[in-house]
Structure formats: C-alpha cells, structure tokens
Design a protein. Sequence first.
Length: 366
Amino acid sequence: METLYRRPLPGDAIAFSSPEGRKVFAEALTAGGLDGYFPLAEQFHTQADPSFCGLGSLVVALNALGIDPGRLWKGPWRWFAEDLLDCCVPLAEVQKRGLDIDELSCLARCNGADVEIVRADAANLAAWRSAVATASRGETVVIASYDRAAMGQTGSGHFSPIGGYHAARDMALVLDVARFKYPAHWVSVERLWRAMHPLDAVTGRARGFMVLRRRERGILLGFSLQCEGESWQALERRLKLVVRELETSVDLASLARAAVPLTLHVELRTPSVGAHREALAAARAAVREVAAYDAIVDVVGPERGEAVTLLLLALADLLSPEQRALVGAVMGAGCDDPALVAELANLRAQLTALAEVTTSEASCAP
C-alpha cells in the first residue's frame, strides 16, 4: 500500500510559510486583515482522522471563540476536543462518512456558538467577501465548506477555518486542518467561493460557509439531544413525526404523549463545573415548578416528566402559531426562571438545527 506525506499545492495557491506567503501575511497584517488570525492560530491543530475535517475545524473555532465546554476533557481540564463533539452525530458515524454543513452547524449550536449557514447558491461573491473581511477583524469565525477538486486539489468535500484576508490582493488564508495533506495557504477569495458551488453528490445541494459567534447565553449544561443508536437521518425523521403529531394534539395529555418518543434521545449531562452543576440543578427545579409539570407526570410517568416538559416548551417554536398558542396555554406559568430559560434556549437551538436538515451524508473526504 502506498503511503503519503503531503501533496503539492496547486499553482494558484501560496503556501503560508513560503517567502511569498510570508510577504502576503506581512502585508495583510499591516492592513488589519489578520486580527482574527491570532485566536485561531493559538488553537490550531490537525484533524485527528481523515474524516474529521468538520470536527477539527469546529474544535479550532470553539476554542478560538473562548467557549467553555463545561465538561471534563481529561483530568481536571475542560477543553474542546473532537471526542467531545458527539451530541448530534455519533463519532463512529462521523469517522465512516464525515459530516455535512447542517450537522456541523448543529454541533456548533449545541456547544455554545450562534451559527449562520450561507450556501453558495443562495448568496453572492460580495456577501462571501464581506464575511471573510468581518472574520479577519476578529468579530466572527468563518468555516468554509468547499470542494477540493474545484480548488485543483485531490479529494472532494472539505472544511477549514479562514484565518485572514488580504484585501488588496483579494486573497483568503485557508487554515487547512488536514495539515498532513496540504499546508495553510493563501488563495483567491473568488476561487474559494467558486469551489463552494459544486453540488454535493449525495445531498444534491451546494456547499457554503458558516459564520460563528460566541453565544452569550452559554452551552447546553444539562439536557442535550443524542442520536443514541439511530442515524442522524432517522432522528430527523422522528422529530418531524413528533412535530406532526403535536400539530394535531388538542390537549395536554395528547401533547405529552406525542413528545414521549423523543425522550429516548434526550441525554442529561453531568457538568464538571460547580457553577454549571448549580445552574442545572436550578433549571431542573424550575422545570418541576412549571404549572403543567404534575399533570405531565400523571400522563408519562415521573422518569419522563422533566424531559417531556422541556421538549414541549422547546418544540413550540417549530409549531404553527395556533398550536404554539395552545402549548403556551396548557403549559401555564413558571417558564421564566433564568436557569430554565437558558437551558431551553440551547435545546431549542439544537432542535431547530435538526429540523432544518434535509439529508445528511458524507461531505468530508481525505
């Protein structure tokens, strides 16, 4: 079997550490196009598996944004690593097929980031250039999802963070997380934009880019959605069935029963941070103070009461205005506790990301 050690960059890319690459870097630094580079460079690492380009890019982004995962990594330390990013798709599945941009967005949202997905066929070059420029000022982090072949490289779908922008040359700094294959490099902003347009052969949709910001309301401290023995697609279908069932429910009992199938996929985490454990305890206490909680327990049992109550409150945003009003009316008061509000905001973000997925297959190839 042939073994490989890196590949040469195509002729229109400038290697980061080359004399020309250093010159471009110095010019961009002087022009203010590298303010966002330094937080990324502090956290940069090589993806741990050939299929982990999405996970590797997200680890760099989350750590650069200064988000505390609230969970132990190793020993007493809390830090994002690829093996912590398991709340949307099992790591074994990611290793087999990679991730698509919707799945990566879900992972980002349930780990403390606000995310905007922009598909290449739904925006224009000016919007992409503006996003790169904003990230270069350190205001956001941008992860590009592009087709390697369209960049003159080997492979297909790939994710990498964008580390800087040289406005005069209109070049972006691609911090390639597959450093075993290609080094970081400068490339034309337009060339990278065009490489987002080829349709993913499996999803049938164009790739694009993600704009990430730190979410002030924090991470999912306690309740998180997990695939738990099912594929991402199967969980997506289950969610849509639950939403349809909720849309036809007419009272609290039918609403509660409709939410039960999703409770199998609601994981209760145990935060490693004392303050986070206290916040989670406060949120769980607030759940039990929701006006409808006792009635929900009567329908689904005490072991599912908390999860069903949370799901009904979090799923309301996916319902029609009329059904949302019904859920609000039957759930009653007691949903304004700050700890509960924060927990619900994060669970809603994860459910919304899952609901927006249309299909999920491989989009990262070595």
